[in-house]
Design a protein around this ligand. Structure first.
Ligand SMILES: Nc1ncnc2c1ncn2[C@@H]1O[C@H](COP(=O)(O)OP(=O)(O)OP(=O)(O)O)[C@@H](O)[C@H]1O
Ligand SMILES: [Mg+2]
Length: 239
């Protein structure tokens, strides 16, 4: 059964319509990649799901609840975690304070403590540096922190927007490994990636968006082997 489903979603900014009827779904336990050229509307799709920009049409259902006209807080509370594009951390706050903010909807201190320990087990570097200012962490560490912060609410599903952007190849590997580890532990994941081939390799399924519309969809493997997808989005011809 689909944990998240978008049907013909339309959205935009001011007088600009960006999404012209995007449909996709993510089943429980899946890793789903969303790829496509710059400006295709990938980040916009994530923002509309999280209630950060207004809907103009269509429907979004998460875990049996409609997300239409819901506030971001409520959407977070339903178990949908979100890591925005560009490793957004509070640079003048410590690692620990950033993680505390991630759990701001949680009132029970014992649960917050348990979540923080879980995040530190997942990303030991964050535990070692919990008193360091987030702004002085390396790019990769900041991306781990942004991910850890989203995990503090123990989401059912995590949406990652360009997690590997600007990271060294070694850190990209580490990040993809962590994503797979989380998925194996039962987290449902949807990720947008510029690093499309890598993302499809770890994904059960994927969608290609173009100009705010669905262009291709299929299993990760099928998309990796699709000659059109290869030429247009994976930087290569036929294998
Ligand atoms: N706040 C905004 N105001 C106006 N237009 C915007 C805004 N944010 C994005 N857009 C426009 O919406 C379109 C889709 O942007 P979006 O960020 O969703 O693309 P994307 O697929 O995530 O691209 P990228 O791969 O570069 O991150 C672009 O043309 C962009 O200029
Ligand atoms: Mg984007």
């Amino acid at each position: 059964m689909a944990l998240l489903e978008l049907r013909d979603v339309e959205a935009g900014y001011g007088s600009l319509q960006i999404l012209h009827g995007v449909s996709l779904h993510v089943n429980e336990g899946e890793v789903v990649a969303v790829i496509g050229p710059n400006g295709a509307g990938k980040s916009t799709t994530f923002k509309v799901i999280m209630g950060l920009i207004a809907y103009r049409g269509g429907d979004i259902v998460f875990d049996g609840h409609t997300l239409v006209d819901q506030r971001p807080n409520r959407i977070l509370g339903l178990g949908l975690g979100y890591v925005p594009q560009g490793r957004v951390v509070f640079s003048q706050m410590t690692v620990r304070e950033n993680l505390d903010i991630g759990a701001y909807l949680e009132r029970d201190p014992a649960k917050i403590k348990a979540s923080m320990e879980w995040v530190f087990a997942l990303f030991p570097r964050l535990g070692e540096r919990k008193r360091q200012l987030a702004g002085s962490m390396s790019g990769g560490e900041q991306q781990m922190l942004a991910m850890g912060r989203a995990l503090m609410m123990r989401p059912k599903m995590l949406m990652l927007d360009e997690p590997s952007l600007g990271l060294s190849p070694r850190l990209v590997d580490e990040l993809f490994d962590k994503t797979v580890e989380l998925a194996r532990a039962g987290l449902t994941v949807m990720l947008v990636e510029q690093n499309a081939a890598r993302a499809l390799e770890i994904s059960d399924r994927g969608y290609v968006l173009e100009l705010g519309r669905n262009r291709f969809e299929g299993t990760g493997r099928a998309l990796l082997e699709n000659p059109e997808v290869r030429t247009m989005y994976l930087g290569g011809g036929a294998r």
